[in-house]
Design a protein. Structure first.
Length: 214
């Protein structure tokens, strides 16, 4: 029996064009949304077009551009918001972040769930695992969907680069260690959806990314 492929769609959203990813099961029509950083109405409309029901909204970290639309998404879908506890201070300082970047502020609801390292991320038909990869922020997470050889890396790993470490709680040595020990140990064929810009692969970054010692 052939297993239908997972619905995977990445949409740049918001003022800073964060890559928001929808992962849906074509049978159960259940879905997870990662990093709804803006354009809530567009994301909700796209979910309706795909006939998907969101059950969890998970965040790679709590910089403003990765969760600005989370409140509206929760209000529209009833989905639970999940974050690593170490980024709660950033979630709570959204107003300051918005002021710094000149972006309108909307008070977010608190997270509903705390993500843990190696926690199973699952809704019916969509199975993944959370990886705690601190460095860009203290609570940065990546999400691995092993069957699909897919990693959603947030701002930890980019094509040819890594996330900046000069904002609140950033640490260059820590992000390098996270990539070396938790990402470069994955299958080299694993595709990587980055937090901004083009996708890449683990193997390509291992061989060419000059910001990380392989």
């Amino acid at each position: 029996m052939t297993v239908p492929e997972l619905i995977v769609e990445t949409i740049p959203v918001g003022h800073i064009q964060c890559n928001c990813t929808i992962l849906g099961d074509p049978v159960s029509r259940k879905a997870i949304v990662v990093d709804p950083g803006g354009d809530a109405e567009m994301l909700i409309a796209r979910l309706v077009e795909l006939d998907l029901q969101v059950e969890r909204i998970i965040h790679t970290h709590a910089h403003l551009d990765h969760f600005l639309a989370s409140g509206k998404m929760k209000e529209a879908t009833g989905a639970k918001l999940a974050l690593h506890r170490d980024d709660l201070f950033l979630w709570d300082m959204l107003e300051e972040q918005c002021r710094m970047f000149g972006i309108p502020f909307e008070k977010p609801p608190p997270p509903d769930q705390w993500l843990e390292h190696e926690e199973e991320i699952e809704v019916k038909g969509v199975q993944g695992k959370a990886l705690h990869t601190p460095g860009h922020t203290p609570g940065s997470m990546c999400f691995l969907f092993e069957k699909q050889k897919l990693l959603i890396a947030g701002d930890t790993l980019f094509q040819g680069s890594i996330g900046r470490t000069d904002l609140w709680g950033g640490d260059y040595q820590q992000i390098e260690k996270s990539i070396q020990e938790k990402l470069y140990t994955l299958d080299e064929e694993t595709s990587v959806i980055t937090g901004h810009g083009e996708s890449t692969s683990i193997g390509y970054e291992m061989r060419s990314n000059s910001f990380v010692r392989a």
